[in-house]
Design a protein around this ligand. Structure first.
Ligand code: PLP
Length: 367
């Protein structure tokens, strides 16, 4: 049995009529840019996140960029983040004109190790950008306390964590502003690109983000500040509005798959994901670790089972970011993990049979 690391086609089969009806509603409405579907999704997703405002933008990367700009971050400012994240986290900081400062990650949860913040902070630091990587929240109480003590802003990268909770609070409401991605593979995925800036309670911050997504304009044809064209596509908003109703059920299914992996893969020498205390992990990705990672992946491929590596190269070692001045050895935990981690298939429409096939193959390979 062939098992892909992710596939949306079963979901499309199940939701085809509603998705096509949503597309048709937009095409028939007489309005193809912004409009009711975007407004309705912004309201619904902000409510889902226990926040006051949502601003739909064209990707998670732009959500990060626009959130940084709305916070007033730019040239000369430093933003503390991690190097084991997706490139866009760092790309957004650089596009904003600021400088990323990396801290190492916790060896058990793979999330920002808040114990390193003290060493990373400088007089130029303006913001901490914790990444809720793989779908699990960073220790936000510590991040927020540290930020308050040092007068820093906090921007959560929630691209992978829609629906995740920390101490019973939804991500997106754990700091002033956060960035979500609706990239198709995400917990709430569009049928194309999409993203959202979510603002917990500041009308001013939300207004600025809204302005920045349309050329810095408040009214028509008059720019208050330099901005962008980064509107969430109306068709995608209509599809997402339909899909949002199913998000909690899909997270339940992701967690069920995770628990099943835990049962079937215990004792094989694979290090399985750790759900931190007080966390409701959304299991966007199910990341395991083994020192013979490359051999295991090859042997899975022979059995027609496909996995991913999220991510194989730490960002501070990439040529695109060489000018930041980091060298191999600067982030030892991040670097060691990148050589051992891989992500098993996990998505709501994955069948029990597909999951059993993955587990059977791993038992064969590792026993
Ligand atoms: C952690 C993280 N941040 C940011 C992004 C950027 O999102 P997008 O692909 O929608 O631009 C992604 C997704 O690729 C991500 O995984």
């Amino acid at each position: 049995m062939r098992v892909q690391v992710w596939d949306y086609r079963k979901e499309y089969e199940q939701h085809r009529e509603s998705i096509l009806a949503a597309v048709d509603k937009v095409f028939s409405s007489g309005r193809l840019i912004l409009g009711e579907s975007v407004d309705a999704l912004e309201r619904a997703f902000a409510k889902y996140s226990n926040a006051c405002h949502g601003v739909g933008v064209n990707s998670g990367t732009d959500a990060l960029l626009i959130a940084l700009k709305a916070l007033g971050i730019g040239p000369g400012d430093e933003v503390i983040t991690v190097a084991n994240t997706a490139v866009p986290t760092v790309s957004a900081i650089v596009t904003a004109g600021a400088t990323p400062r990396f801290v190492d990650v916790d060896p058990e949860t793979y999330l920002m190790d808040t114990g390193h913040l003290e060493n990373a902070v400088s007089s130029r630091t303006k913001c901490i950008l914790p990444v809720h990587l793989y779908g699990q929240c960073v220790d936000m109480d510590t991040v927020n306390d540290f930020a308050e003590t040092h007068g820093l802003k906090v921007l959560e990268d929630c691209a992978q964590s829609a629906g995740a909770r920390y101490k019973n609070r939804k991500c997106g409401s754990l700091s002033d502003i956060s960035a979500f991605s609706f990239y198709p593979t995400k917990n709430l995925g569009a049928y194309g690109d999409g993203g959202m800036v979510v603002v917990r309670d500041s009308d001013e911050l939300a207004d600025r983000a809204r302005r920045l997504r349309t050329y810095g304009m408040q009214g028509a044809y008059y720019s208050e500040e330099h901005g962008y064209n980064s509107r969430l596509d109306t068709v995608q908003a209509a599809i997402l509005l339909h899909k949002l109703e199913f998000l909690d059920g899909w997270l339940d299914r992701r967690r069920q798959i995770a628990r099943n992996y835990e049962r079937q893969l215990a004792g094989l020498g694979l290090v399985l994901p750790l759900e931190g205390e007080g966390n409701y992990h959304s299991y966007h990705l199910y990341v395991v670790r083994h020192s013979e990672r490359d051999r295991i992946i090859e042997e899975l491929k022979v059995r027609d089972i496909y996995v991913n590596i999220n991510y194989p190269f730490p960002i501070h070692t990439m040529p695109g970011y060489a000018d930041l001045g980091y060298v191999e050895g600067d982030l030892p935990i991040t670097e060691a993990l990148a050589k051992k981690i891989f992500s098993l298939p996990i998505y709501p429409t994955m069948s029990d049979e597909e999951q059993d096939a993955v587990c059977r193959a791993l038992v064969e390979i590792l026993s």
